[in-house]
Ligand binder design. Structure first.
Ligand SMILES: Nc1ncnc2c1ncn2[C@@H]1O[C@H](COP(=O)(O)OP(=O)(O)OP(=O)(O)O)[C@@H](O)[C@H]1O
Length: 294
């Protein structure tokens, strides 16, 4: 299938194919050789601490920032040179959408629909983001969370094949975050490919089929959340209290052997015994070099 701007669409190929991506800002290397292979229909999380290079990467995928090196194909086209037809296939949710505050939600969504060749039905989109009751309200009267949902509505009104979201839930309360997650799942169920950056491991785990952990401009781990935990978090921590009352701990791949040894040493009950397996959060903190910050 070939789109009207000459790029290859959908079937078989990757939605996002990034190889050796590099970007510097003066002396700062923001992106230092990132590879990403994101499939059609996938929800892909880019996870990392502040300054890891997430926003820079997404801005390059959106075609809003020039890169210094590497190959980038988004829906088969290079975002640096892709035209209007490509743009209409990629949904971008701006952090601070400059929609006119005096317009209502319905007027705004309808206005944005006119910018696209094959938009979704504005009423459907308003319902999709859960703003039916606010459809006739002016934008200036929306809460922060409602405002963000409107931003998402404007990102999907063009019926994009790919949605690129940069930290979509920053500033949300827990309830708003969960509502947003169900919106993302609904879009994914409809077949939209979604790439989202987040600081929140919980969010990546809840939404992403696969994720890349980025630190200092590089991918330090990639895969399904459960596989990452398994691959990078196989060590168990065994903690106990020694005879002199001091706390002791040991990280081990063979906790049973450690406990058998301790049982013999204490001749029975091991004081203060605690056995813990790493959570994905522990794995993430270890991978991004933040372990000591806990
Ligand atoms: N316009 C810019 N000019 C100069 N340096 C920049 C610019 N944008 C980002 N940087 C630097 O590049 C690095 C990566 O920034 P980026 O915003 O991509 O990271 P991030 O992972 O999105 O961080 P955060 O989670 O804090 O949003 C940081 O060191 C940042 O200070």
């Amino acid at each position: 299938m070939t789109a009207d701007d000459g790029t290859t669409a959908a079937t078989g190929e990757l939605a996002v194919d990034v190889r050796g991506l590099r970007k510097r800002y003066g002396d700062v290397t923001a992106v230092d050789g990132i590879d990403l292979a994101i499939r059609h229909g996938e929800v892909f999380g880019i996870l990392g601490p502040n300054g890891a290079g997430k926003s820079t990467t997404v801005e390059i995928l959106q075609g809003n920032r020039a890169r210094d090196g590497g190959e980038v194909a988004v829906l088969g086209a290079d975002p640096a040179s892709a035209g209007r037809a490509w743009r209409s296939r990629v949904g971008i949710v701006w952090q601070d959408e400059s929609a006119p505050a005096e317009l209502t939600v319905r007027e705004t969504v309808r206005q944005f629909a006119r910018y696209y060749p094959k938009p979704r039905d504005p009423e459907d989109v308003i319902a999709l983001v859960g703003l039916e009751e606010k459809a006739a309200s002016r934008i200036k009267g929306l809460s922060g969370g409602q405002r963000r949902r409107l931003d998402v509505a404007l990102g999907v009104i063009g019926d994009p094949e790919l949605l690129l979201l940069d930290e979509p839930t920053t500033g949300f309360d827990p309830a708003a975050r969960r509502q947003f997650w169900s919106l993302i799942r609904r879009l994914a169920d409809e077949g939209t490919t979604i790439v989202l950056t987040t600081h929140y491991l919980e969010e990546a785990e809840a939404l992403a089929h696969r994720l890349a952990v980025i630190a200092e401009g590089r991918v330090v781990a990639e895969g399904e959340p459960a596989a990452l935990r398994h691959r990078h978090g196989t060590e168990t921590t065994v903690e106990w209290t020694d005879r002199d009352g001091s706390p002791r701990s040991e990280r081990t791949q063979t906790p049973t052997r450690t406990i058998v040894g301790l049982t013999a040493r204490f001749d029975g009950e091991i004081p203060g015994l605690r056995i813990s397996r790493p959570t994905l959060e522990d794995v993430y903190l270890r991978l991004t070099g933040q372990e000591a910050a806990r």
